[in-house]
Design a protein. Sequence first.
Length: 135
Amino acid sequence: MEPTLTQLLQNYHDRPDRDLVVPIFTALSQTQVYVPASMGKQGAVYTQGDSVGLKPDTIPGPEGKVIFPCFSDPSQVPNDYGTRFSFLRLTFPEFAAAALDAPNFGGMVLDPFTAKFMIPEEISRTLFDDGRELQ
């Protein structure tokens, strides 16, 4: 049985090894992630109608940019954090495409409270810009 994305991320966190990166990115192309979002005013990344939409949570990043968190499994969301947000379930490529549209995009992080698997801006743009997705 193949390990889950959560297991792969935890294995990488416990023992960072370049050999684990390919299986993680392979799993990402086939997995849905949980994206924290709250109701936001116009100008949020996700908008509906004229004034209110869903605004994804972000983490301050370098140089005024923001990092977009997502979770491989609901079990990776701490209770005190999870009660502040609703969670959208998206494929990872859908999540990445939406995050990349933000003008202040600085990267993504999977399981930010546990595995802390960071995908920097440059790698994100290489993999997902121009409508490309992980193959």
